[in-house]
Design a protein around this ligand. Structure first.
Ligand SMILES: [Fe+2]
Ligand SMILES: [Fe+2]
Length: 299
């Protein structure tokens, strides 16, 4: 379904053989060519991506070393609408709601300045220059990351996500695969490398201590040394947790905004940066939804 709504963008020709082995396997699996030894999660992701004939055309192009022609965010938008939505409506709305909230935070920051985010999530923020700001590009990256970070949930079976109860430790580590799997999907669609890093790290604010040795994490870790990146990652994780608390899931009922905000702000595993950023949600609520119990009901 190519239409005039899609913007021309990526005319870069890439050598298929130079892509990561897993990215090649993903593309080939989307084309119905099973390569011996391909991880079953890659096969499951490919199967879900096959729901869209147009998305499959992207794999054909990549395999032929042809440019993708339209912008990567338009490709991923197609994946969201034609593959993720039929796969899991809950995840689809989760991403849309997070995306709405980041747009509101952006409006607040534009109106009042970065002062609405106390200490920017860092105690050492006093060392930042007065000219420190989040640029148009930074906000755009956050908007993309909120919309696309969970696409690779399609690499695990629907029954895993609908598990009735709390995940145990083993299930939780299995769950985190979907974040890392974005690395290959991102490479396939030639996604901006910072957006890939945000999605890959969205389940761990402290990858140094939380992740097992993992070459994918090493590939994106250089971003982590940039304070601006850590603010963006903190914001993404904050919204992810907040949205999860305020929505109905298979294993729990939703909670109100104030409860969710206070839970996120006390969540030790979320890390200091996420806790410190949590007050920004109070400001969004104050500004856009005074008196409402739910901040982001969009569906
Ligand atoms: Fe996730
Ligand atoms: Fe998420």
């Amino acid at each position: 379904m190519v239409s005039e709504n899609y913007r021309l963008g990526d005319h870069v020709e890439r050598e298929f053989a130079f892509l990561e082995a897993e990215t090649q396997q993903l593309a080939l699996a989307m084309l119905g060519q099973k390569i011996y030894g391909t991880d079953e999660r890659i096969l499951r992701l490919a199967k879900n991506l096959q729901q869209s004939d147009f998305v499959v055309q992207a794999a054909e192009r990549v395999e032929r070393c042809d440019p993708l022609v339209i912008r990567w965010d338009d490709w991923l938008e197609l994946v969201v609408q034609e593959c993720l939505l039929p796969f899991d409506e809950v995840t689809y709305w989760h991403s849309i709601r997070m995306n709405k909230v980041i747009v509101w935070i952006r409006q607040l920051v534009n109106k009042y300045g970065l002062g609405i985010i106390p200490d920017l999530g860092f105690v050492e923020s006093r060392y930042f220059s007065e000219t420190f700001q989040l640029t148009e590009k930074d906000w755009q990256h956050l908007e993309w990351a909120t919309k696309f970070h969970d696409i690779c949930k399609m690499c695990l079976d629907q029954t895993f996500w609908n598990y009735p109860g709390r995940y145990n430790r083993q299930q939780r580590s299995q769950l985190e695969i979907h974040a890392r799997m974005f690395y290959y999907l991102g490479e396939l669609f030639h996604v901006d490398s910072e957006v890939i890093a945000l999605a890959v790290l969205h389940h761990k604010p402290f990858p140094r201590t939380g992740y097992p040795a993992d070459s994918l994490i090493d590939c994106v870790m250089h971003y982590y040394t940039n304070p601006k990146f850590r603010i963006k990652l903190g914001m993404l994780i904050l919204l992810d947790r907040y949205e999860a608390w305020t929505s109905d899931r298979s294993f729990k009922k939703d909670v109100s905004d104030p409860t969710a905000i206070s839970k996120v702000s006390k969540d030790q595993s979320a890390g200091n940066i996420v806790q410190s950023l949590s007050s920004v949600l109070d400001r969004v609520k104050e500004e856009f939804f005074p008196g409402d119990s739910v901040l982001c009901a969009v569906n």
